[in-house]
Write a protein that binds this ligand. Structure first.
Ligand code: ACO
Length: 434
């Protein structure tokens, strides 16, 4: 970041001295005002619930232009990465290292990740402690956090080599854990990873093969899963990534931090939206019911939202949603499900919403989750696991952001302040006086 020649001056109507604050420029995107001296100089905090105007860090990983509907990983547009950028592991390498790998780097990276796909055999006993109907996200919060108890040799966050090994372990083991969570929920035996398969093909193999029948993977479906992973790999300082950074700012180990990110992602306003979007489509049921549903969405007292629509940053079409709609079409075509009623319903709903004044005036467009549920359902992934797939994809983003934070010399423990509106100091009355 560079210093701007322009400075910001904060003045007060009560005649208190004005405060001059530096402005920094990034490579693209909005400049920031450095308010770090504000409290020391004025005794005041800024007030910004939901971080609507607050940059909490500097980062060189992912950039979003919400007005243009643009998403760049390390400068590369998501459309190019999804279509010509190689597979998900290339995206992982890019996010972690800043550049796309050349052929030799790719081979080495794939080999390293592949050699870490198994989880400790003891891990299966953690799974067996859960009820079979446990939500996969609760299983993942628990089991990913538990990884810290197996890998004491990579927990020194001040050692770059330890950080590297933890990053690889997390990326490599997430598919295994997600597939184990699924197998456990349906009462089938866990399937060990196969290192001769690609990252996405191996995941589908661990999900859908059984010891009693040969499993043949379908290239179109594997590519679709790979695209889901690429599209969800990172998204700058979203709620779960900020959670990972905040947890990591205290020096917590990376497995604990990623478990915290998974917990945050679980919420329906964030990663849970793909599950909610699919349930919504199922509830609407048919194109004829769309007008009534839209009326409910517009009624603020109904509490109904159009799930898979709207985004804190995108005030234009989410570029990932376009790619996901394309993938949705390809997958349904491959499976002979072109007439899938939910896909048709989603397209009709999207069309109506994009023309409706309520959505147009609020700049509400489809986000990635609007179509990803339909794709995942077609791949055979159960609804309850959708957010788990998101967590699997986002692990690389979380860990890249965590690594960036740890090596940032400006990094401090995250500690927001507050505007206190509770009772001033008072004395505790005895129980008979309360
Ligand atoms: N349906 C109906 N109205 C909506 C929706 C929606 N999906 N999203 C926003 N609005 C309305 C709000 O009610 C508000 O209206 P108002 O100005 O009349 O009060 C206005 O649009 C602005 O919305 P905010 O809630 O202020 O926007 P915010 O940035 O806080 O929320 C969020 C963004 C949480 C994503 C919201 O749009 C939402 O809940 N969408 C549905 C859930 C969803 O799809 N989440 C996935 C996000 S993407 C991801 O995690 C990968």
């Amino acid at each position: 970041m560079t210093n701007s020649e322009t400075k910001a001056t904060l003045s007060f109507s009560d005649g208190s001295p004005a405060l001059e604050m530096p402005i920094y420029k990034g490579s693209i995107g909005p400049d920031v005002i450095d308010i770090r001296k504000l409290y020391g100089s004025t005794g005041m905090f800024t007030y910004d619930p939901g971080f609507m105007s607050t940059a909490a860090c500097n980062s060189s990983i992912t950039y979003i232009d919400g007005d243009k509907g643009e998403l760049l990983y390390r400068g590369y547009p998501i459309e190019q990465l999804a279509v010509n950028g190689g597979d998900f592991l290339e995206t992982c390498y890019l996010l972690l290292n800043g550049e796309l790998p050349n052929a030799a780097q790719k081979t080495e990276f794939v080999e390293t990740v592949t050699n870490h796909t198994m989880v400790h055999e003891q891990m299966q006993f953690f799974f067996r402690g859960f009820r079979r109907d446990a939500h996969p996200m609760s299983v993942l919060v628990g089991t990913v956090g538990a990884l810290a108890s197996f890998y004491h040799d990579s927990l020194d966050i001040n050692d770059p080599r330890h950080r590297e090994v933890s990053a690889i372990r997390l990326i490599a083991k997430m598919p295994t854990l997600v597939a184990m969570a699924y197998k456990y929920s349906i009462g089938q035996p866990f399937v060990y990873p196969r290192n001769d398969l690609s990252y996405s093909a191996n995941f589908m193999y661990m999900m859908f093969s059984t010891p009693c029948a040969p499993y043949k993977s379908n290239e179109v479906l594997v590519r679709a899963l790979d695209r889901i992973l690429i599209l969800h790999a990172d998204h700058e300082q979203n709620a779960s990534t900020s959670t990972v950074r905040l947890a990591g700012s205290s020096g917590a180990n990376p497995f604990a931090c990623i478990a915290a990110g998974i917990a945050c992602l679980w919420g329906p306003a964030h990663g849970g939206a793909n599950e909610a979007a699919l349930s919504m489509l199922e509830e609407i049921g048919s194109v004829d019911n769309i007008p009534h549903f839209i009326e409910q969405v517009k009624d603020k007292n109904s509490g109904v939202k159009l799930m898979g629509f709207g985004h804190r940053v995108y005030k234009n079409y989410d570029p990932r949603a376009k790619l996901m709609r394309e993938t949705c079409y390809e997958v349904l075509q491959e499976l002979g499900l072109q007439d899938d009623p939910l896909f048709k319903l989603a397209m009709a709903l999207e069309k109506i919403a994009l023309e409706d004044e309520y959505f147009v005036s609020r700049k509400l467009y489809p986000n990635v989750d609007f179509y990803s549920g339909i794709v995942q359902r077609a791949l055979g992934i159960p609804t309850a696991l959708f957010t788990g797939i998101f967590a699997l994809a986002r692990t690389v983003g979380w860990i890249a952001q965590w690594k960036e934070m740890i090596s940032d010399p400006e990094q401090k423990i995250g500690r927001p302040r507050q505007l206190f509106v509770g009772s001033p100091k008072r004395d505790v009355p005895s129980i008979d006086k309360r």
